[in-house]
Design a protein around this ligand. Structure first.
Ligand SMILES: Cc1cc2nc3c(=O)[nH]c(=O)nc-3n(C[C@H](O)[C@H](O)[C@H](O)COP(=O)(O)O)c2cc1C
Length: 295
């Protein structure tokens, strides 16, 4: 297996301790859990998505395991501006605040609350199961550009997390870049559902949800590959990563760093495990493998 030289890296305006970040929505709801993940070997963390108003989320069931992955319809539950307190104890660490809103003004408002505590922002324009938010905005390149511009003008690193539930993800990537994004994150979950044959009803309380985990890895690799061809800002790969070899593959598609979500549910020590396999003192220069699968 390819191994990489260890050490801090700079991606999209952020200094990270290594290439592995916690993805939004998994253990990102308290300062204590974010600190725990950083201490366990993650190079950076992304918070749960925070929005303009406190939100309870969808009624359950909200998360179910399926073959090869996880299906969730959390519905973006969050404490809104109250979350600023959670981040005070980890200020100065590589903490990316994930934010959502219903329009550019709401994105700017939420970002403003966190400007003193965040190392950077990740714009969630990609959640597939929250009406009026997420992918409802992120499927329209003009809206992606406007939301990105509203946050990037604050001057902090601005990452934009894209949905794979579109015909051409590259078009949305170019829109984020025009809006001033410093990096693109790909991908959020794939819109999906399951039906209980015993109950003759959808399994999730919200009917539809988002699929994540190993089943989506090939979609994520393809998305990163497409974006690398279309954009000149760094790409952060996300979706289905469970091993160090997955990280290398994602980097060869074009990712400069990766985020890991569902795998944390199975193994809280996943960052240390992957880092142990990925890094070696005589490893390759990481920059040399980014995008190397492109002709
Ligand atoms: C339970 C759960 C909650 C999530 N919440 C968020 C969220 O709040 N914001 C967001 O941008 N993505 C959210 N996601 C998507 C993940 O950050 C990630 O993009 C997706 O799960 C694919 O990566 P993975 O296969 O490594 O989990 C969530 C995923 C899961 C499973």
């Amino acid at each position: 297996m390819v191994t990489l030289k260890p050490g801090p890296i700079n991606v999209g305006g952020l200094r990270l301790n290594n290439h592995l970040l916690l993805a939004a929505g998994i253990l990102g709801t308290t300062g204590a859990s974010l600190a725990r993940i950083l201490a366990s070997g993650a190079g950076g963390v992304v918070t749960k998505s925070i929005g303009p108003e406190p939100k309870a989320g969808h009624h359950g069931p909200c998360v179910v395991t399926v073959d090869g992955g996880v299906l969730n319809a959390m519905g973006l539950p969050n404490p809104s501006s109250g979350f600023t307190r959670e981040l005070e104890a980890i200020r100065g660490q590589p903490v990316v605040v994930s934010i959502f809103g219903g329009n550019p003004e709401e994105f700017a408002t939420v970002a403003g609350w966190f400007a003193g505590n965040a190392a950077g922002f990740e714009l969630n324009v990609s959640c597939p199961h929250a009406a009026g938010y997420g992918a409802a905005l992120g499927s329209d390149p003009a809206i992606v550009e406007a939301c990105t511009r509203a946050v990037s003008r604050l001057g902090l690193p601005t990452w934009v997390k894209l949905t794979p539930n579109v015909t051409d993800i590259a078009e949305c990537g170019r829109a984020a870049q025009r809006g001033g994004a410093t990096a693109i994150v790909a991908i959020n979950t794939l819109k999906a559902m399951r039906i209980s044959t015993a109950l003759r009803r959808p399994v999730l309380g919200n009917t539809f949800g988002g699929l994540s985990g190993p089943a989506v890895f090939p979609v994520a690799v393809r998305s990163v590959y497409d974006l690398y061809e279309a954009c000149s800002i760094p790409i952060v790969g996300c979706g289905g990563i469970t091993t160090a070899d997955n990280v290398v593959e994602m980097m060869m598609a074009g990712a400069s760093a990766v985020e890991i979500g569902s795998a944390v549910m199975d193994d809280i020590g996943i960052f240390a495990t992957i880092a142990g396999d990925l890094y070696a003192p005589d490893g390759e220069d990481p920059a040399g493998i980014v995008g190397c699968a492109h002709a």
